[in-house]
Design a binder for this molecule. Sequence first.
Ligand SMILES: [Fe+2]
Length: 361
Amino acid sequence: MAETRFLIDTYLDWIKTEGIPIVEDFGLDLLSVEVKPWARLGARGAYTLLKGRGDFIDTYVLEIPPGGSTEPQKHLFEEVVYVLDGRGSTTVEAADGSRHSFEWGTKSLFALPLNARYRHFNTSGQRPARFVSTTNLPLVLNAFHNLDFVFNNPASFPERLGEQRFFKGDGEFISMRPGRHMWETNFVPDLSTFKLQEWKARGAGGSNIMFVLADGTMHAHMSEMPVGTYKKAHRHGADFHIYPVIGHGYSLLWYEGQADFVRVDWKHGTVYAPPDMMFHQHFNTSPEPARYLAVAFGGLRYPFSEDKKKTFLGMDVSVKDGGRQIEYEHQDPRIHRIFEQELEMHGHRPRMDEVLAGAAR
Ligand SMILES: [Fe+2]
C-alpha cells in the first residue's frame, strides 16, 4: 500500500540529510555552536533554527578553516550573511560571466545575488572564519519541493547584481522618512561604524537604517540605542532575527496579558527571534551605544506579506492608535525599575530623561 503523504515539510526533511548538527532554541550563542564537516559546502556548519523563525526563513552557521575555501554554490534562494568572526573574501560570478569579489571581516554584512555562482575564502592562515547566513530556503524548498529546481536552475537574474560599486562597500542612500531611510548595496564592510539616521519615534535617542541588499526580498535593518537607554516595546509577526553587533544588554518579551517576562541577555554572537506577535523591548546596559542587526523575510522595498506592510507602517505607532508600539507612558512600570536595577549592577545610571529632554529640544 502506498505511504500516506501528509504534513510534509520538505525543508526540515532535507536538512536532516545534510549531515551537520541541527540546533533549535529560543536564542543561541552562534560563536559557540558546534559545527561539523559539511560536504556540500566543503566547510563546517550547523543549522541554527530559532523558535520565532516563522515559516519562510532559516539560519545556518558556517566555519571555514584557516586558508580554506568553500565549494562553489549556486541556488534559487536568497542569503544574507553576517560575519561573526574572522576575515575572508567572496567571489560572485554572474550568468553573463562577470566576476565580482569583495573582502569581508568581523561584523561585515553582505547578500548573495539570487542564483549567482559564488565561493567564500578564508584569507587568514591562522584563524577560522565564522559567519551566520539567514536564508529563505524554507520558503523556496517547501514551495517547489524539487532540489534540482533549487540547486541546478539555469534562470538568471541580472537585475539582482546591482551596480558594480555595490560589491565594493559603496551604496545608494535612499531618503524616505525617519525609520524608513534605506541604504541600497550588496556589501557593508563594517556594521559597527556604519552611519545611522535619527529615529525619535522608536525610543530615546535611537537611530537606524534599512538595508536593501542585492535587490532581494530579505529584510535587514540596524538600530542603535544610546548609553543608559532602552527602546519602546513593540510587536509584529515572526521571523525578525536579532543579531547584536556592538555592546551588551537584554531584551524582555511577553505576550499580551502575560504576567511574566521572558528575558534574553545578548551581545555580539547572540541570535534570537521574537515569536509571532510577542511584545519585545531592548535595553542597553553597556558603557557604549548598543547596535543590533535584524534580518527577516520581506523588506521595505518588497514586503511580500500583509504583516510586513503593517509592521513597516505601524512599528513606531502606538497600539492605542492602531499601531504596534507601546509608548513609554503606557508601559508596565516594572520595566523601568528592572532597567534601573540592571544599570546599577553594571555601574551605570539611566540617561532616559536627559536623552528624551535632548530629543524634545
Ligand atoms: Fe521588533
